[in-house]
Design a protein around this ligand. Sequence first.
Ligand SMILES: Cc1cc2nc3c(=O)[nH]c(=O)nc-3n(C[C@H](O)[C@H](O)[C@H](O)COP(=O)(O)O)c2cc1C
Length: 358
Amino acid sequence: MKLLALLGYPRKHGHTARLAELFLKGAASAGAEIQREDLSTLDVRPCLGCYSCWTKNPGKCVQQDEMERLLTLFLETDLVFVASPIYAFSVSSYVKHFMERTLTILSPGAEIGENGIERNRWRYPGRGPKRMAAILVAGRKNPDIIQPTIKMLELWAGAMRMECSGILSRPESCALRFPQAKPLRTKAILTGCERAGIEFVTQPCISETILKEVSAPLLAGLPYFAQYSRIFWEHALEAGDECDAAGEAAGKDVRILIHEMVRNASPTTLQDVTATIQFEFPDKGLAYTVAIRNGTCSLTESACPSPTLLIRCPSSLWSAVVQRTIAGAQLMAHPDLHLEGDTQLFRRLPRYFPPPSD
Ligand SMILES: Cc1cc2nc3c(=O)[nH]c(=O)nc-3n(C[C@H](O)[C@H](O)[C@H](O)COP(=O)(O)O)c2cc1C
């Protein structure tokens, strides 16, 4: 089965590229013969709206660019896969240019499709792809902002006589760069993309379960997302790039990790604990208070008077503690660790604050 991959992302190591490649890996493993077309590197101009392809020269565009070749591929393929980041609440302009230029393979005059929706006539009866799938990757957290683009792609698929097998959406893309927050869910998103590729080739539709898995929220809520994304962009600014290194630095940032630590607190082990723990990270000028009461735990971004336990250390040391990359004995003997108050409470912290289990 032939699969034409219309890749509409300019960033070759971005999130869309990563997820699209997993999808294509799955599709290839299911036997698809894949033709990748990297739209951002091709000369595909926007439609001039002259209707020359409907009037003066039916089926032929006045512009001489890569589109004629792409339309031939389009008409000869079985499956089409579109991968695009969300730019300005829509697909990227690379994808949009391609979509506009498919006017050439339509004929003038309307007809009513099987679904009752009007559409232009098809210039090449019996030719053209049968099904489409897509992936849309957005920076924002709210999945609703992707819906209009999903709708638009579905309408376009209908205009092109393709069944829509499923549109994967992945909001809050930068959260994929710190898998520490939700390790299992992040893994499910990545494997979900690959499984979607397999299903696209082997079944009429990508299952709802996979669509849900891929778009599952990663960060706990908008306030976390807002705060983490600001921290992420601080690191990106420092790195001079929105890259893996920035993501790795953000993932190790104690400001994120301490929130994740408290969010993953184990209510059952904290049931009978009443305590306030003050953290001080002098290298960053940061202080936090974790208050534990009746099995719940809250975080304040300031110091507190007379805590049950004071923990003072470099932020990198606490980052290693939360990530479990330093052993308990090594930590206790660490010269940069300063404890005051209930040190027995300190020894119980790994039980109260287990690593994230999703
Ligand atoms: C020009 C531009 C416009 C964008 N517009 C939106 C937008 O409207 N909504 C949104 O959620 N994210 C928007 N973003 C963020 C991208 O969707 C996000 O960073 C995504 O991960 C980009 O894909 P990539 O990682 O493959 O480069 C925009 C990014 C750029 C560069």
